[in-house]
Design a protein around this ligand. Sequence first.
Ligand code: ZN
Ligand code: ZN
Length: 379
Amino acid sequence: MVAGWQVSLEESMQGMVPKMARSVAHKRLPPVPDGLRKDEKGRPPTSIMLFYQYVEPAWSAKQHRRALTFVHDLGRKHGVTGRGRCSAEGLNCTLTGTAEGVRAFAQGLRDWDALFDDTDFKITDGLEHHKKFKSLTIQKKEELVAYGLPVSAAPSLKENDTQHVEADEYHKMMSEPNTVIIDVRNRYETEIGHFQPPQGGAEFIDPKVRNSHELPKWLAMPETQDALKGKKVMMYCTGGIRCERFSALMTQLKQDNPDFQTDGEFMLRGGIERYVRTFPEGGFWKGKNFLFDKRQEQVPEKKPSEELQEEVESKCCVCKKLWGLYRGQFKCSHEDCQVPVIVCSDCRPDVELKQPWLQCPLCEARAGGGHAPGVALRL
Ligand SMILES: [Zn+2]
Ligand SMILES: [Zn+2]
């Protein structure tokens, strides 16, 4: 953490746009904004739409197949491309298209099944044309998030007593005592950006996992449960989906173990994505929001670039200089790891040429025999 980086609750709420915090579930989709212009080659700007929808009880094998076919057909019909996972437990997609196209897609889902009235479609308009995905790939998967909890073993979402909290409310909660805030994402995402609650407020907990599969194991550890006991447990991820099953797992663990009780669980509705748009000056968010689409990361729109630069705490894995961007798709060389690693622009040509052994910070800590602080997981 950068010393001296501290803002009061009041300061942190400057420029807040509360309407950005609201989910579009059960509401009309946001209208196509005015002033979207074609580029010099006559191509329309790209819109990105993120959404997920769990289904409980799960789809039958036949319904699952029908859903896959429907989504592909709908994408083709509206010129929508992107990536997604479709499992018996629902649908999770990052799609691109024109502003009209992605909205028509969302409406198509709603018309197909009322289940999608519950869906929070998060749309960003006016991006450069080349941010569009080339094709539509919806993978048939066992799980929407790879927790290793297949439908038959997954904790129920309907019985989950975690509250979904809107970004503005969540923001205030971060300044409350006796509270912890868990970053439910992978360590390599947290490295370039995470929440930093104000002093005296929530304690930040980074599980330091390489992938979602490690999270249930992390949550089962006595050290983890000790850190959460009796606390208000806040959690967040990029868009919300990873908190859904993770928080349901917490509810289940609490039911199974009377010794493990908290002061309630709270997840950020719409995830960091929506928070950063609600707090364009940053709020308590620090650094960049790692994204899995061609934007690569999201930053608070109104935060000056010098300030963003000062917030960088991640390092190039080769020369160790502060560097806050993943470019070049380099991976940790350890066979059992292979998470993305940061290579700065100075080191990049050499790394591309010589392809040296690269190591992520988690593997480095493992090799050094040192436990990272907090409750880091060792494989
Ligand atoms: Zn470097
Ligand atoms: Zn590694």
